[in-house]
Ligand binder design. Sequence first.
Ligand SMILES: [Zn+2]
Length: 73
Amino acid sequence: MKAWLDVAVLRCPNCGRLYVETSWYVVEMESDIECGECGNEFNSRKNMLSRALLEFQLDENGEIQNVHVSKRL
Ligand SMILES: [Zn+2]
């Protein structure tokens, strides 16, 4: 069985730490997030580096077995 998650990669403009968040949170809500490293608050969409669709391989109980990049968006 398979399931998918659309994710975005972000970089804190102050300290450079990288984050991965769900794309709806970044692209549709354009949320601000607070960096856990330096405390800087920044806009997630304006600091997005890339976006991809992850494919999860699941067993019959829905347990995650493996994850890989299905498509770069
Ligand atoms: Zn930071």
